[in-house]
Design a protein around this ligand. Structure first.
Ligand code: SAM
Length: 295
């Protein structure tokens, strides 16, 4: 630790209480309301037979409560400055595994499930986290697209507007590619809203705790999952275009405007329809029928 001439502490990595100073670049808005922490853990429906992944344990506000409720907590934290404090927490509880790393770079099955969860005789995990908001979408997509079969549910704190996008219905401005993807893999619900004053430092937006219950069976049949997601992505890339134009001009899928219009007519939809008006099931039918035309 450095001292200035007057002997004052000038280590800028620590605040006046000695805690690591929050890093905006890592989305560090730490929870400082025990009631919110308790309510998030309750939403997880955890028992001692559960293994839970916590993304970004931070100063450990939720980690101890999770360790009390679940059989095992695997906590993944990217910030090396927070690791010593978390190691102390690990020593207090015997059932926390701490991984110092980037959640987006880990292989969930190989690095977490195979190493720590399967040896306990479990095959699935629950996710509970106050997410770093700058990477909410990549984290949610990673878990849903890479390993939906290994996840029971995700209870996550996200920005309120992201929560609204997750549960949006077709036709509204919030409805988009993320809505369709979340709906394909899960049954989403907003559990409660969390105001900025429950965090330190306070974020500039309201937050919401969302529960995503991973579906046991898909809601509709897909001929090719990858083609379905590329169709959805292409449809929402240019929201102002008609669906026929958006798909025909996209490099994501191989379709021409005439084929798309023909399929929309067969499906009883307006050829001038925009992507945001189609439900997930309608996107599935569109993707399946476009593939049939190619075969
Ligand atoms: N769970 C703590 C709480 O509720 O007080 C901290 C939540 S804070 C919103 C997000 C946490 O995620 C921070 O601790 C941050 O360092 C961590 N984080 C940011 N990016 C990460 C990444 N790519 N992988 C793992 N953790 C990350």
């Amino acid at each position: 630790m450095h001292s200035n001439k007057k002997g004052k502490n000038c280590n800028t990595n620590r605040d006046s209480g000695g805690s690591p100073r929050p890093k905006k670049s890592l989305g560090q808005n730490f929870l400082n309301d025990p009631k919110v922490v308790q309510d998030i853990v309750l939403c997880g429906d955890l028992t001692s037979a559960d293994a839970v992944i916590e993304i970004g344990p931070g100063l450990g506000a939720m980690t101890g409560r999770l360790a009390e409720a679940a059989g095992l907590v695997v906590a993944v934290e990217i910030d090396g400055d927070l690791i010593p404090g978390l190691e102390t927490l690990c020593r207090l509880y015997g059932n926390i595994v701490l991984i110092h790393g980037d959640i987006l770079k880990l292989d969930v099955e190989k690095d977490i499930i195979d190493k720590y969860v399967r040896p306990l005789g479990l095959s699935k995990v629950k996710v509970c986290a106050n997410l770093p908001y700058y990477i909410t979408t990549p984290i949610v997509m990673k878990f849903l697209e890479e390993c939906p079969d290994l996840i029971d549910s995700l209870v996550i704190m996200v920005q309120k507007e992201v929560a609204e996008r997750m549960i949006a219905k077709p036709g509204g401005k919030d409805y988009g590619a993320m809505t369709v993807t979340v709906d394909y893999f899960t049954e989403p619900s907003i559990q409660f809203i969390v105001p900025p004053h429950c965090f330190r430092p306070q974020p500039g937006v309201d937050s919401a705790v969302v529960k995503l219950e991973v579906r046991k069976t898909p809601p509709f049949e897909l001929k090719d999952k990858d083609h379905f997601f590329r169709t959805v992505k292409a449809a929402f890339l240019h929201r102002r275009k008609t669906l026929a134009n958006a798909l025909a001009n996209s490099s994501l899928i191989d379709a021409n405007a005439a084929d798309v219009c023909e399929v929309l007519e067969v499906m009883g939809l307006n050829v001038m329809a925009r992507g945001e008006t189609l439900s997930g099931a309608q996107f599935a039918e569109l993707s399946n029928r476009l593939l049939e035309k190619k075969s």
